[in-house]
Ligand binder design. Structure first.
Ligand code: NI
Length: 399
């Protein structure tokens, strides 16, 4: 009898243990699906925070990094530190590996997407691509950071999952409002422009934007002097900056394509090239109602293969201000004003305050010297040129 009770107690104990395990398992399964839903049911491309970019050109290596800024010092400095240390490590590695092949250009590309977990808790997923001559193929890593915007600090994912899961409500309405200001596309008419084809003219071009703090002052200067320019924009910088694109277009400036996230186009597959171009075409089309007809390849690099893939003329430049390197308004302005001639295409970047300041000097002085500041399309049309798809153009001098 004693033995029977012993076995019964043991059996009951085992039963309790098994059911506990089962409950635990079903709960964690529930957690997993909730987590999956939160992250994937409502993905938001660049919806939260402002996008900041670091783009550097070098003989041995090129860098294009994009990351979100939330205007919260503690969080932003964590992000910046991570990006800067990744760039620093990459530079060291590319220096070390450059001995192997003089002609090899290493590349670092960092991009991200944000998603809302709860009202004030956001996730940022960074995708880091490193292409070094020592690697047989590019190395891609993903890093996820979670930030509590209300309490202004980074958090571990587990902190939220433990006690906040039952109250998570992700409203697709709320978040899509943040991601895109307006969904409906209207074709914005450009102004009628009077250009005298017999008078000297040049095209100022700005790459890597748009960027609120620097593109808007440039547009203000252009407007003040009844001038226009061409902006070769990145597709990933379109969300949140729609009003800037609309303004460019309505004031007569031209919008060109500069890839989606500044990947070096000569080293990626043709299907990746296609995505880089078409995602940007679509993003711009959605905002201004027309697609760009000109492409500027990232880092100005191209080869025969790329020329056969890009279904647009490719526009380079005849004056390189190196504004990204000097970040010195006076140097940039002097370089343009000392070298400019009729038919030039000038390369600048509308993501630097120093460039916006240089434009304040360049535009009035060129207008004063009798130049018409036109878009690239206005320039080649005035010179009676027809551009060929896949060809490279640096300037349109009078023949
Ligand atoms: Ni660029």
């Amino acid at each position: 009898m004693k033995k029977f009770f012993y076995i019964l107690t043991l059996a009951i104990l085992i039963l309790i243990l098994i059911s506990c395990k089962l409950i635990q398992r079903s709960q964690s399964a529930k957690e997993d699906t909730l987590v999956d839903n939160m992250i994937y049911s409502n993905p938001q491309e660049k919806g939260l925070g402002e996008i900041e970019s670091i783009i550097e050109y070098g003989h041995r290596a090129v860098i294009g990094a994009h990351f979100p800024i939330f205007e919260i010092d503690h969080i932003d400095s964590i992000t910046r530190d991570m990006i800067l240390s990744t760039i620093h490590n990459f530079k060291t590695l590319s220096k070390d590996s450059s001995g192997n092949n003089e002609n090899y250009k290493s590349e670092l590309n960092i991009d991200y997407r944000t998603y809302e977990i709860t009202n004030n808790i956001v996730g940022v997923e960074f995708t880091i691509l490193e292409d070094l001559s020592t690697y047989s193929q590019p190395d891609v890593t993903t890093i996820t950071k979670t930030y509590d915007l209300k309490n202004k600090k980074p958090i571990q994912l587990e902190d939220i999952y433990l006690d906040e899961i039952p109250i998570i409500v992700v409203s697709s309405q709320d978040t899509s409002d943040i991601a895109y200001e307006e969904k409906n596309t209207t074709i914005i008419p450009g102004p009628t422009r009077n250009i005298d084809p017999t008078m000297p003219m040049v095209a100022l071009t700005f790459d890597d934007g748009p960027n609120k703090n620097t593109t808007i002052p440039i547009l203000n200067t252009l407007k003040e002097y009844e001038s226009v320019a061409t902006f070769f924009v990145l597709g990933n910088r379109v969300p949140g900056n729609e009003h800037i694109l609309r303004r460019m277009h309505s004031e007569g400036s031209e919008i060109g394509n500069h890839s989606f996230n500044h990947k070096r186009l000569t080293t990626i597959t043709s299907s990746e090239v296609k995505i880089q171009v078409s995602k940007t075409q679509d993003a711009i089309m959605e905002v201004v109602g027309t697609k760009p007809k000109l492409m500027r390849p990232t880092y100005g690099s191209y080869n025969d293969n790329l020329k056969s893939q890009i279904e647009m003329p490719m526009i380079l430049w005849s004056i390189d201000t190196l504004d990204w390197k000097s970040k010195d308004a006076e140097k940039v302005a002097n370089h343009v004003l000392n070298n400019i001639q009729d038919g030039d295409i000038v390369l600048m970047h509308d993501i630097y305050g120093s460039t916006a300041d240089a434009v304040k000097v360049i535009v009035p002085e060129l207008v004063n010297r009798g130049y018409q500041l036109v878009t690239v399309s206005e320039l080649y049309e005035s010179r009676g040129e027809t551009l060929q798809v896949g060809n490279i153009y640096n300037s349109f001098y009078k023949k």
